[in-house]
Design a protein around this ligand. Structure first.
Ligand code: GCU
Length: 604
C-alpha cells in the first residue's frame, strides 16, 4: 500500500501555516524526552504590551527577551522571575479565579539546561496550546502555531545551549471570527499550554513517520509505510512484531520512503479484546517502538463492520472537560475516569467532541477497548469562504490524523459539527474529506449533520455532504429543543442515503439532585423521561448503527447562564462534573445492556 506520502508541498503547507514549525514528530513517548512540565513563570498581558509598542508595532525587545536591568538605572517593566506561576499542562482559567473568563495573552517562561549529544537533533514539542502560540528560545522566535488542540514542534538543535536556556511562549486564546473554531462555541474558551511540553531527541537521520495497520479489507495482511528524515535516507529497515513472529525488511528509496505489505496472523483488536502488539520500526540509524492494535473497520450498506462483523456503536459524546476538577482534560487519570464511565454505561464507543482530545485519551481508549470518533473544531458558523480559515482547518485536521493514525481505537474522522448547508460550506468540508482520505485511506469519515424537517413528525437526513461521508452523523434534540419528550413517539426518520447512521447528539439538561415530575424542565425526572422516549424512538430507526447522546458529563459553557441550575455549565451531562450519575445515565445503561447481548434482536 503506497501510503499517503507527505509530499514536500504538504510539509511546506504545514510549515508555512505554522511558521518554521518542523514536521510533526509522532509517538514522542518512544523517544528520549525531557519533560518541561510543572511550574512556568507567567505574565498576564491583556494589551499585548510585551509584544507591541504604543503604536502597535511589534517590539524588537519584547517580553520574549526575558531582559534584566543591567544597572540600577535601567528600565525594564517586567520580570518573569518575580511573576506568578502557572502549571503546565493546564488551562489558566481554572488555576486562578481572576482568569476564569480571561481572553487574551499570557506569557509563559521556562528556563532549562540541556546537553546535546553528537549526531542527534532536538525539538521543542507542544502537546497542545490554546489557542495560538508564538514560541521563542533564548530570545529568538522559533515560530507560531494556530489551533488549540493539536501538537506541534520546532527544531532547536542549533539554538539550544548547555546551560541558561529560556523558552518563552506567547499564548493567546482570543476568539476570532476567521478562527477554527470561530467566535461562538458551546464550550469554555480555555487558554493556556494545555498539553505537555517536551524536548524530544532523535538521531540525525530518524524515523519521521510511519503507519502499520491491517491492509484495508484484509484481516490477515499488514500494510503500511515508513518515512525517514535526515541525510542518510537510503537505508534498510525492519518492521518487527515479535509476538506475531514478524520481522519484515524493506529498503527506503532516495527520498527515505518505503511501503510494505506482508502476511500476518494476529489477534484482532476489539472492544471485547483490545489486544495491543509491541511493534518496532528499526532502521540503520533509529529504532521506534509503538503499541498497535490490528483491526479493520468498514461499512457495507447501512452496516458498520468491525473485523468483518456487524457492530452497533454503543457510545456517548464527551468534551475534554476534566472530571471532578473541571478545566481542560489532559492526563491519563482524566482519561481513565471518563472512559471508565463510558464502560460503566455499557459503552464501546465515544465521540470526542468537538476537537482533538489529548493523546493520553486516545492511547487509553486503545488500552481499554473504546472505539473513537475523532473531530476537528469546524463548528457552526466557520468562515467557509476564507482561504486562511480553510488552511487552518486543514492544518489542524492533518495534525490530528498524523498524530493518531496508528491508534486502533479511532475508527471515524469527523470533519465538522452542525454546519449550515451551502455551496461554500459544502466545498470547504468536501475538501477536508479529501484531505482525510489522502492522509488515512483506512478509516471512515463522518460529520455531525442536521436534520431536514419534511413536516413536524417526518425527519429526513439528506444533507448533500452525505455523498462524501462513509457514516452519517446526525444531531437531534427532540424533547428538548423541539417539543416535549412524547414527541419522540410520533416522529419518523428517513434517510436519502444507504449508509449507517450514528445519532451523534440527543438529550437534555438536568441539575444533579434537582427532582420533580417528568414534565418539570431541569429535573432529573424530565431528563430520564426524555431518554426513555428517545430510546424507544431510536429503536425504530432501521439504518441506525450507533448512538452518542449529548453528553457524558456536565461541562463549562459561557452560553449557559440560568442561575442555580446552569451557572455557566451545560447540564446535559448524564454525569455531573462532580461524578454523580443522574437517572438518565441508567436509562442508557439499560439500553446498552440490551444491545450488548444481541443488538440484531433488540435494535431496529
Ligand atoms: C449542539 C452542539 C453542542 C451543544 C449542544 C447543546 O448540538 O453540537 O456543541 O453543546 O447542541 O445545545 O447543548
Amino acid at each position: 500500500m503506497r501510503g499517503p506520502r507527505l509530499a514536500a508541498s504538504v510539509v511546506a503547507l504545514i510549515a508555512a501555516h505554522s511558521v518554521s514549525a518542523a514536521e510533526l514528530i509522532t509517538n514522542i513517548e518512544a523517544r528520549k524526552i525531557t519533560r518541561l512540565d510543572g511550574e512556568w513563570q507567567t505574565i498576564v498581558d491583556p494589551y499585548e504590551n510585551g509584544y507591541y509598542d504604543y503604536r502597535l508595532e511589534p517590539l524588537a525587545n519584547g517580553f520574549f527577551k526575558n531582559e534584566k536591568p543591567k544597572t540600577k538605572s535601567d528600565r525594564v517593566e517586567y520580570d518573569f522571575d518575580a511573576s506568578r506561576r502557572l502549571d503546565v499542562p493546564g488551562d489558566w482559567n481554572t488555576q486562578r479565579p481572576e482568569l476564569l473568563l480571561y481572553e487574551g495573552t499570557v506569557w509563559y517562561k521556562k528556563s532549562f539546561d540541556y546537553e546535546t549529544l553528537p549526531h542527534t537533533r532536538v525539538f521543542a514539542h507542544f502537546g497542545a496550546v490554546s489557542q495560538r502560540a508564538i514560541v521563542y528560545l533564548n530570545g529568538e522566535r522559533l515560530g507560531e502555531h494556530d489551533g488549540g488542540f493539536t501538537p506541534f514542534n520546532f527544531e532547536i538543535t542549533d539554538r539550544v545551549k548547555p546551560t541558561g536556556n529560556f523558552l518563552v511562549v506567547k499564548v493567546d486564546n482570543v476568539r476570532r471570527r476567521d478562527g477554527v473554531p470561530t467566535v461562538n462555541t458551546d464550550w469554555w474558551n480555555y487558554g493556556g499550554i494545555t498539553g505537555p511540553v517536551s524536548l524530544v531527541e532523535v538521531p540525525e537521520t530518524y524515523v519521521a513517520d510511519y503507519v502499520v495497520q491491517l491492509r484495508k479489507g484484509s484481516l490477515n495482511e499488514i500494510a503500511g509505510w515508513v518515512r525517514l528524515a535526515g541525510s542518510q535516507l537510503q537505508q534498510k529497515l525492519t518492521i518487527e512484531i515479535p509476538e506475531a513472529g514478524i520481522a519484515h525488511t524493506v529498503a527506503t528509496d532516495p527520498e527515505g520512503f518505503a511501503s510494505f505489505r506482508f502476511p500476518a496472523r494476529v489477534s484482532l483488536w476489539s472492544p471485547e479484546d483490545p489486544k495491543l502488539y509491541d511493534v518496532a520500526v528499526v532502521s540503520e540509524t533509529d529504532r521506534v517502538r509503538d503499541s498497535i492494535g490490528f483491526r479493520s473497520v468498514e461499512v457495507e450498506g447501512t452496516e458498520m463492520l468491525l473485523n468483518g462483523e456487524p457492530i452497533f456503536l454503543r457510545g456517548v459524546s464527551a468534551h475534554a472537560e476534566a472530571p471532578l476538577r473541571t478545566g481542560r482534560a489532559y492526563s491519563v487519570e482524566d482519561a481513565r475516569i471518563l472512559l471508565g464511565w463510558v464502560k460503566e454505561m455499557g459503552g464501546n464507543f465515544v465521540r470526542l467532541a468537538h476537537y482533538p482530545h489529548s493523546e493520553a485519551m486516545i492511547r487509553e481508549a486503545d488500552r481499554l477497548g473504546v472505539l473513537v470518533w475523532s473531530e476537528v473544531p469546524v463548528y457552526w458558523t466557520i468562515q467557509w469562504d476564507n482561504p486562511a480559515t480553510f488552511d487552518n482547518a486543514r492544518q489542524q485536521l492533518s495534525e490530528n490524523v498524523i498524530r493518531d493514525r496508528n491508534r486502533a481505537s479511532i475508527i471515524l474522522w469527523s470533519v465538522g459539527n452542525e454546519t449550515p448547508i451551502g455551496p461554500a460550506r459544502n466545498s470547504f468540508l468536501t475538501r477536508l474529506v479529501a484531505r482525510v482520505r489522502e492522509l488515512d485511506p483506512t478509516r471512515l469519515v463522518t460529520a455531525a449533520l442536521e436534520i431536514h424537517d419534511i413536516d413536524d413528525t417526518t425527519l429526513l437526513i439528506d444533507d448533500p455532504l452525505g455523498d462524501e461521508l462513509d457514516v452519517l452523523g446526525c444531531n437531534e434534540y427532540i424533547g428538548w429543543y423541539r417539543g416535549l419528550p412524547e414527541l419522540c413517539d410520533r416522529v419518523r426518520w428517513k434517510s436519502a442515503y444507504d449508509k449507517p447512521l450514528v445519532m451523534s447528539e440527543f438529550g437534555g439538561g438536568a441539575a444533579y439532585g434537582h427532582h420533580g415530575d417528568a414534565l418539570t424542565r431541569w429535573t432529573e425526572e424530565y431528563q430520564e423521561s426524555l431518554y426513555e422516549h428517545q430510546v424507544a424512538m431510536l429503536k425504530r430507526i432501521p439504518f441506525l448503527r450507533g448512538t452518542t447522546p449529548w453528553i457524558l458529563m456536565d461541562f463549562r459553557s459561557p452560553r449557559r447562564q440560568l442561575p442555580h441550575i446552569q451557572d455557566f455549565f451545560n447540564r446535559k451531562g448524564l454525569v455531573s462534573e462532580r461524578g454523580h450519575k443522574k437517572k438518565a445515565f441508567f436509562v442508557m445503561q439499560r439500553f446498552y445492556a440490551e444491545l450488548a447481548t444481541d443488538w440484531q434482536r433488540s435494535a431496529p
